[in-house]
Every structure is written in C-alpha cells, then in structure tokens.
Design a protein around this ligand. Structure first.
Ligand code: DX5
Ligand code: ZN
Length: 214
C-alpha cells in the first residue's frame, strides 16, 4: 500500500516544515490538490507549488487537478515536476487525448471520478491510464465524511483489472480516509490512499503509521 498525505491540510505558513515532516515520516507520495474555483468551489495553489515542492523533497508528487478543461496546464504540471498527473473525467470532453498528452510530456497519467460518475463511463480509457482515483467525497474541501458506498466502485475496478490483461492501473482513493475508513478501501482492493485532515490532525508520523496498520 502507498500512503499519500494531502498538503491541502498542511499549515500554509509552515509548508516547508510540514513537507519535511511527511517526507521523514515515510510518505510514499505527496498529494497536491490544485483547484480552480470553477470545477470545484474552492481555490488552492497554482502550478508553481509543484516546482517548489520538487526543490524541497524527493518524495514523488501526485498532482490532483480539480480544473475545468485542464489541457493548458498539463505542460507546466509535468515540467515543474509532477510524477503523476490526475485529471477528472468530468472536466473535459477529451479525456482520452488529455491522458495521451500527459504521457507524451513524460509523466504518469491518472483519471479521477467523482462520487456521481460511474466506472462504466471510463471503461474506454482504462487500458491507457496508470491510475484511477476514486473520490470518496465530493471534491473541493478537506475534512469531509467518507462515502462508504464508493467501495463498490473500487471492487468493480479491481475486478476489471484482474480480468483484463491490458489494464495495469493502480486504484487510489481520496476523501475522508482515516485509520477506520481505510479498511473499506483496502478490502475492496485499493492500493494508494490519500489522507489530509487525518494525517495533519495529530502526530504526523503516528498517523501515517496507523494508516499502514489500519
Ligand atoms: C478533496 C481533495 C482531497 C483532500 C482530502 O477535494 O481532493 O485530496 O485533501 O482531505 P481529507 O483527507 O481531509 O478528506
Ligand atoms: Zn485530492
């Protein structure tokens, strides 16, 4: 399993300190939530955060773009140092082409589905993605309640990759993940676990360790 703390819940005035803390605590990835105020009703960091993070840590960057029509931002995201770029299926009518663009730029590419989006709607692109991120809250804010029913989507995706040799994606979950809710995701077959408010809501090392036990 891979743990990806989300710096959405870090202390903005102490970002360097918090990034060092999660890196030292053994985070497998750093999850970076970039929001545009359109696709979701919140605004976070610009693309420049990716560059600053890359200069600060060796932990791979898992960049979650909550941006309508993300195409114009993909080049900067990859050139600034994103290892994985995640774009929403709902954010562009050209999701297949946008995934190809990320690959051509030299990064891994993932598709994200909101709670109201079905697995069926992304079937045609499953063979070309490195990751599928199943949102377990409606995106936009940290600290929301985990939507348990999303475990069915995780299990469906797990079954699809086991029965289709052309599918090699990892399954990631994001939203409301803590030491208890992580069990539903693990049992259903998820591999990568994003956690924001839980990781930063206490002793960072202890919280990350408790997710691994969970
Ligand atoms: C929500 C973001 C998440 C967020 C998760 O829209 O995509 O990555 O940071 O926060 P928690 O873990 O607090 O639900
Ligand atoms: Zn996220």
């Amino acid at each position: 399993m891979k743990i990806a703390p989300s710096i959405l819940s870090a202390d903005l005035m102490n970002m360097g300190r918090d990034v060092k803390a999660i890196s030292d605590a053994g985070a497998d990835l750093i999850h970076v939530d970039i929001m545009d105020g359109h696709f979701v009703s919140n605004i976070t960091f610009g693309m420049g955060i990716i560059k600053s993070l890359k200069e600060t840590t060796d932990v791979p960057l898992d960049v979650h773009l909550m941006i309508d029509h993300p195409e114009p931002y993909l080049k900067d995201a990859v050139e600034f140092g994103a290892d994985m770029v995640l774009i929403h299926a709902e954010a562009t009518p050209h999701i297949h082409g946008a995934i190809q663009t990320i690959h051509n730029l030299g990064a891994k590419a993932g598709v994200v589905i909101n709670p109201g989006t079905s697995v069926e709607s992304i079937l045609p692109i499953l063979p070309i993605v490195d990751q599928v991120l199943v949102m377990t809250v409606n995106p936009g804010f940290g600290g929301q309640k985990f939507i348990k029913e999303m475990a069915n989507k995780i299990a469906h995706l797990d079954q699809l990759r086991q029965t289709n040799s052309n599918c090699n994606f990892e399954i990631e979950v994001d939203g409301g993940v803590d030491d208890k809710t992580i069990k539903y995701c693990l049992d259903a077959g998820a591999d990568v676990f994003v956690a924001g408010s839980y990781v930063f809501g206490g002793d960072i090392k202890q919280r990350i360790d408790s997710l691994r036990i969970g």
